[in-house]
Design a protein around this ligand. Structure first.
Ligand code: SF4
Length: 695
């Protein structure tokens, strides 16, 4: 790979998580130097080890630099772009002719820039005419998104800037291990505690984050709603709720009060395993604080009752009268790099840009006008992420698939099923910068540009729209995803809708498409982002400064009030039994990211976390005759994964934790349960029943 390019000090952002740390890149591509950007007000110069090492993927020897097509012998062999794109266009055309437009599916990702997510959604509807597009963000944020819309009228991860965390008197952090997954955020929690604040963490594990808390509620996996209802019960009982706020700014409390009455402390202790005394302590801390904040993460959200869980925490924040108050309220800590923006601009099955619903006639009219495309040719809602993947192949009806920015063979639940479904496709196309486990199954693999080689915007967990800047041109033979979609659309006869002078031109069209929608970007420009270190949406006009804090005067609901939702705790879709006597919960660790396509290839990260370590309580391990470092098999009703034991007292004796960053026989997603939340269609990654088989 050419290494002669040299760029001086490009200010951009880390490619990984939703914290989107500001960083500066300098030097040649094959020896690029990363520095934290002290001027960026979010991370203030701090990075985690993933950020420090991110540039190593740019010139990695395994990087894809040419398209690959499968030859007659079944091997992936290098090809020209013309050959590869002709084959893709022909494959999609034939599938549409033989089986209809919806037989072509698209699977996107929560790490794509806003421009790419937008264009991918348009490509599905306009170039392919398929309803079936969804993305891996469905596996990440969808429960919090659905709950936020239902209760507060809008889905923006944090409705306040991160700096508010430092000023909160009490924070309840439910199911998030940010000390490992986004360490630079800890500066805000540390500042909060230095200011005299108190941190309460609920998690089945004593994670690094829980260890840093003043109070750790070590709940049974899958019992978040019972915990929240139990806390609300105590707040009502001890009259620590805000009656004026409830009357003036909310609706629906009466039914929630009735439900909460049935979650008395003894019952909640029985369900959650959290001692009554700790429940009372947490309730009093929250109820007596003038500024209280409740934050949720994937632990509470990635469940088949994820929406209910989040609604129960929002109930709590509303009853406390804290949503919209200074340094208070409810927020969700988004996970993927563009987990926020990626869900706003049309790569979800039910959505059009600007957070519009594709089934809404007014939304369709608006987008059809912006695109200058016949409204009646826009497809309707398609299948959600897991349902889309489960429909691959002749039996489900989706016969061809384009995957962009996702490694579903590792990251989707019930991995054995997903692999079978991928293998049963007539035609699979994957765009990636490494030969991921999904790309290895493809008919055509298209080499993609990386983060530091493209222009665009991302939206961080605060709703702050920021610039991703190009430090290097893509290597010879590599296209950006925008260029790829444009060329493919031209081959499908849709060139007139996919001709853009630059990524900024795509963003300008996105702005127009989002105008008047819930996620209104119309007043945001690249220049404005540059001048302000990002702009918070909604920003509905050029003279609008953006909206760091939502809900000051009203909620974007028909009545202007926030809505309580009565929530009943339900058992997990699969509870431990004789066959599988333990809970399994999955998650991330510090040195790896998502399916590990990038991070497993970075030497320093691989050295830190070369294999999956399953956390098992020492008492449980003794029962199975395990010692630290033993290899073992975790077995569920869906599959088996080989992992190494890490014995610890920091996890409940009835629970095993496995990280999900590894492929093949080490993949935790061979084990996970695809039971879906009825509203968000989120799979139950965080709870299932497992047994340990000693080797
Ligand atoms: Fe920052 Fe997240 Fe990147 Fe770590 S992975 S450097 S926390 S953006």
């Amino acid at each position: 790979m050419a290494s002669t390019e040299f760029q001086h000090d490009t200010a951009t952002h880390c490619p990984y998580c939703a914290f989107q740390c500001g960083m500066r890149l300098s030097g040649p591509r094959d020896a690029a130097v990363v520095a934290g950007d002290a001027d960026f007000p979010v991370n203030k110069g701090a990075l985690c080890i993933k950020g420090w090492t991110a540039a190593e993927a740019l010139a990695h020897p395994e990087r894809l630099l040419t398209p690959l097509v499968r030859d007659a012998g079944g091997q992936l062999v290098p090809a020209t772009w013309d050959t590869a794109l002709d084959r893709v266009a022909e494959g999609f055309r034939k599938t549409r002719t033989d089986f209809g437009a919806d037989a072509v599916g698209i699977f996107g990702g929560g790490s794509l820039t806003n421009e790419k997510a937008y264009l991918l959604g348009k490509f599905a509807r306009v170039a392919l005419g398929t309803a079936n597009i969804d993305y891996n963000g469905r596996f990440c944020m969808s429960s919090a998104a659905a709950a936020g819309i239902r209760a507060l009228g809008i889905d923006r991860g944090l409705p306040f800037p991160l700096e508010d965390i430092a000023q909160a008197e009490v924070i309840l952090l439910a199911g998030s291990n940010v000390a490992e997954t986004m360490p630079p955020i800890m500066q805000y929690f540390e500042a909060q505690r230095a200011n005299g604040g108190v941190l309460v963490v609920s998690d089945p594990r004593r994670t690094k984050t829980a260890a840093a808390a003043d109070l750790h509620l070590r709940l049974t996996p899958g019992t978040d709603a019972a915990l929240a209802n139990g806390l609300l019960h105590l707040l009502i009982r001890d009259d620590l709720i805000d009656h004026d706020y409830i009357r003036e700014r909310t609706e629906g409390f009466a039914r929630v009060r009735q439900v909460a009455a049935t979650y008395w402390p003894e019952r909640v202790e029985r369900i959650t395993g959290v001692p009554e005394a700790e429940l009372l302590q947490a309730a009093r801390l929250l109820g007596r604080a003038s500024a209280a904040m409740i934050l949720t993460g994937r632990g509470a959200e990635q469940q088949a009752q994820g929406v209910s869980n989040v609604l129960s925490f929002i109930n709590l924040a509303l009853a406390l009268g804290k949503v919209s108050r200074p340094y208070s309220g409810y927020g969700c800590l988004t996970g993927q790099g563009n987990g926020q923006g990626g869900r706003e601009h049309g790569q979800k099955a039910d959505q059009l840009p600007g957070y519009r619903l594709i089934a809404d006639p007014a939304a369709r009219q608006h987008i059809a006008a912006v695109w200058d495309f016949p409204e009646d040719e826009l497809p309707g809602p398609g299948k959600s992420a897991y349902e889309l993947l489960d429909s691959l192949g002749p039996q489900g009806g989706i016969r061809a698939l384009l995957v962009l920015g996702s490694n579903v063979a590792v990251s989707a639940p019930h991995g054995n099923n997903i692999r079978e479904r991928l293998e049963s496709l007539d035609f699979l196309v994957v765009a990636d910068f490494f030969l991921s486990e999904t790309a290895q199954l493809a008919e055509v693999v298209l080499p993609a540009a990386q983060w530091a080689e493209e222009e665009g915007t991302m939206t961080n967990l605060e709703g702050r729209v920021i610039r991703r800047r190009r430090a290097f041109d893509p290597p010879a033979g590599v296209l950006t995803d925008l260029e790829l979609l444009e060329r493919l659309a031209a081959r499908l006869g849709r060139e007139q809708w996919f001709t853009y002078a630059s990524p900024e031109a795509v963003f300008d069209e996105l702005r127009a498409a989002s105008a008047g929608g819930a996620a209104d970007y119309s007043g945001i420009t690249y220049e404005k982002i540059e001048a302000n270190q990002g702009v918070f949406w909604p920003c509905p006009s050029m003279d609008h400064p953006g909206t760091p804090r939502l809900f000051a005067y009203s909620f974007p609901t028909p009545s202007g009030k926030a809505r309580f939702h009565p929530v009943l705790h339900r058992p997990a879709a699969e509870e431990p039994d004789e066959e599988c006597p333990l809970y399994l919960t999955t998650g991330r660790n510090l040195a790896q990211y998502q399916s590990g396509t990038q991070t497993r290839r970075i030497a320093e990260l691989d050295a830190m976390a070369p294999e999956p370590l399953a956390e098992i309580n020492t008492v449980t391990a003794e029962r199975y005759g395990l010692v630290d470092g033993d290899w073992l098999t975790l077995q569920t009703r869906r599959g088996a994964a080989r992992v190494r034991a890490r014995l610890t007292d920091d996890i409940r004796p009835d629970t095993v934790f496995a990280p999900f960053h590894w492929p093949n026989e080490q993949s935790a997603n061979l084990l996970t349960n695809p039971a879906l939340d009825p509203i968000s269609r989120m799979p139950e990654f965080k709870v299932c029943a497992v047994r340990i088989v000693k080797e």
